[in-house]
Structures are given as C-alpha cells and as structure tokens.
Ligand binder design. Structure first.
Ligand code: DGY
Length: 425
C-alpha cells in the first residue's frame, strides 16, 4: 500500500492555488499554464468540484477571439520568469503568450462531468465550456492544418509541451537565430541547468516568438510563415481524444451539431495518424512538414498516441513496445528511448519520466484492454512519488526527482492513480 495519501496531494495543490487558477510550481512557473490547469482540475475535483471547474473557466476566459487558447496566461507581473508578457506582446486584456498547448481540455471536462457529484453545477459549467472547447479544436484544423490532411502541426516546440524533445532537434536547427534579442533566462535560477533545455535551444525558441510577434500574431498566416512545422503524433492524439470526448459530452448535453462535427474530426484524425505509424519502430513517428519527411526519433510522443481511439492492433503494438522499454528503464515510461545515444535521463523531455504522460498512456491502454502494461505504468508512477516526492519529472533509471519541486499536476495525477488503485482493490 502506498504511504503517500490523498492529503499529501491536496497539500501540494492547495499550496500552489492562487485563487481562481493554480501555478504549476512557485518560482519556475509563476503563471497559469494551459494543459497544467486542465490536468490539475482532475485532482481538484477529488476534494472541491467547484474549484476544479473554476480552474478551467479561468483558462477559457482568456481564449482568443479566433478560438485559440493560449499556453500561458500572465495573470500578474512576475520577474522570475522569462519570456514574460513584454516579450510576447500579444496585446490582450490579460496578457497571454501567443502560442497554444496540447488540448487536453475536452478530455478533462468530460471526465469532470461524468464523475461529478454536483450534477447541476457540472451541467451548467460543461454546457458553457462545450462551444468554447469546440471552437478551439476547430481553430486547430483551420490554422494548423490548412491543407486539410487531418493532422495538425505545432509551430513552436513549447506547443507540444515536450519542449526540448529530441524529435525537434533537426527542425529547430533550421530556425535562424540572427537578430535574436539578447535575453537572460530565469529558469536556471530555479532549476538545475542540467535538467533544462540548452541555451542554443532557447535562442531558437525566442527567434520563433520574435518571428510570430513580427507577424502580429495573426494565426492564419503563421503556419505558412513558420520555419518550424512539425506534426507530433502525441499532440494529435490528445486532440483526437478530446474531440471524441467532446462529441460524447455534446451528445449527453443535447448538442448534436457539435457532437457530429467533433466525432468526424476524431475519426478522420485517427485515420490520418495511420500515416505516421512505423512497423520498424513499432510506434508512431513525428513528421517534419517543412521538408516533408518523417523524423527518426523514438520518443514518448509516438507512444502517447495510445491516448486516442487508435486501432486495437496499434494499442497492442504500443503496449509491447513499452514492455520492451521496461528492460532498459526502471521506471516507465521514459520520454525517449534509453538506448538512443541522444537520450539524457535528467534533461526535461530528452529521457525523464513524466506522470502526466504516464497517466494518458495508461488510460488509453487500459481502455484498449492492455491492462498488464497499464497497471505496470501506474505502479511505477506511484513508486516514483513514494521514493522521490511530487517532482516535475524523474530520471527513469534512478527515480531521482528532476526539475521543479512540489509540482501541481504531479500531485493531481497521483490522486488519479491512487483513486484508480484503490478502486481496483
Ligand atoms: C518553460 O518556460 O519552460 C515552458 O515549458 C514554456 O511553456
């Protein structure tokens, strides 16, 4: 039995609660982050349903008119983070960044809704969020898939949530850095530099921000203009799962137009994802849309696809691949294949294990009846928390805590795992 309990998780989430949003962790991330908030709400719902709905409402109150939901909302000034609103210059009533993040809201809102004890509150909040989430999904298909391939591209590594994944190395190399403003990073004040992206990567991150800012953040123009345009199977899987969940939610709320449209997006998307499958690697691979080539990088992005309603055989293949990774990692699921020479077990998304990713993979595999691997992922996740606390991420070999400490979404996901392991007894 785990010695970490619900109360320990609640303490972390409450300590990071600012009132109507939650920071991922104080210091390193002092604002509201998009997918952090949506996944945090799943934890909050275990002890305060109203607060969980507010977390997502606050995020969507800052949705752009074109439908995009930004990746950061800068609710107040904080000099401890770079790049702040003065770099993004998006000219919003409450300052926000100008890019987005993995769209987990559709999934999270449906899960909050189906579990809610307060039915009337859930119906009211879900009904208000439904068209907003649908508008965000449609924004993706309009602005990030202008050719109608069924798959959307990310235009900045930060959009994937997997900032410095090995997947992006070659595409990022092609981003010109001449004219990049001089800047001082703040993340290194709060976290071990060996756990964070490199300076060369930061220069390219900022070069892209400057490019998009120079184009006035006009989303219709950015896909064409961006030198970085990558189709990430993990990101797309999250979008398709959210579309499918939103369709089910719309059915329950009596909104057939949204249900039909969202379901069609999920179906077409999952079919298109098939083009990214690699028999040789037994996982999905990223695709560099700028040069029209697959990216040879065995990252967790191609395993995270199990979160979407993919064909049963694909889920079985992914389960087998993860089983194989268990021979070279003590704690599933490493964010990159440990046998790759580019793997780095402590550096952010180049190897470490992340509980939020574990949660989504385990959820998808469990639905696909790949229970053995799903249970092993949950057990490894709980072992990490037991041994190393609520870290941002963990070394898959040693379990060493990495990045920021007392991390909100790690605590939220721990609650989900604790609840599922208690329910399974
Ligand atoms: C950061 O600042 O490290 C974030 O991941 C960007 O969203």
């Amino acid at each position: 039995m785990p010695t970490i309990g619900f109360d320990d998780c609640v303490a972390v989430i409450r300590a990071n609660d600012i009132g109507n949003y939650t920071v991922p962790t104080h210091g390193l991330y002092p604002f509201q982050w998009n997918w952090d908030s949506c996944l945090t709400a799943l934890g909050q719902a275990h002890f305060d349903e109203a607060r969980a709905w507010t977390e997502i409402d606050t995020l969507f109150a800052n949705q752009w008119e074109d439908g995009m939901v930004p990746h950061i909302v800068f609710h107040k000034q904080d000099d401890g983070y770079f790049p702040g609103p003065e770099v993004w210059r998006t000219n919003r009533p409450t300052p926000t960044s100008g890019i987005t993040q993995p769209p987990v809201a559709g999934f999270a809102v449906r899960r909050l809704f189906e579990r809610a004890k307060d039915r009337s509150l859930a119906e009211e909040r879900a009904r208000a969020l439904l068209p907003r989430i649908h508008a965000w999904h449609e924004w993706f298909f309009r602005c990030r898939d202008p050719q109608g391939s069924g798959l959307v591209a990310i235009l900045h590594p930060w959009e994937s949530g997997r900032d410095n994944a090995i997947d992006w190395d070659a595409a990022l190399e092609r981003v010109p850095t001449d004219g990049v403003m001089p800047f001082t990073r703040r993340d290194l004040l709060h976290a071990d530099p060996d756990h964070r992206p490199t300076q060369a990567q930061y220069e390219r991150y900022i070069a892209l921000v400057q490019l998009f800012r120079g184009l006035g953040w006009k989303n219709e123009t950015l896909h064409h203009a961006s030198p970085f345009k990558v189709v990430d199977p993990g990101f797309n899987a999250i979008l398709f799962r959210s579309c499918a969940d939103l369709a089910d939610l719309a059915d329950e709320l009596g909104e057939p137009t949204i249900a039909t449209s969202a379901r069609a997006r999920a179906t077409t998307g999952v079919e298109a994802l098939e083009g990214l499958w690699s028999d040789e690697c037994r996982q999905y691979l990223c695709f560099d849309r700028s040069i029209g080539e697959r990216i040879d990088s065995h990252s967790v992005g191609g395993l995270l696809s199990a979160f979407a309603p993919i064909p049963a055989q694909r889920a079985a293949d992914i389960a087998a691949r993860i089983q194989e990774l268990a021979n070279v990692a003590s704690f599933l699921v490493p964010s990159h294949d440990p046998t790759d020479h580019r793997y780095d077990g402590r550096r952010y998304w180049r190897g470490p294990t992340w509980l939020i990713v574990n949660y989504m993979i385990a959820d998808g595999l469990s639905t696909a009846r790949q229970k053995t691997v799903a249970e092993r992922i949950v057990a490894d996740s709980l072992r990490l928390i037991e041994e190393s606390g609520f870290a941002e991420y963990y070394d898959p070999q040693t379990g060493e805590p990495c990045g920021g400490g007392r991390f909100t979404w790690t605590a939220a996901i721990a609650m989900e795992f604790l609840a599922s392991s208690q329910g399974a007894q």
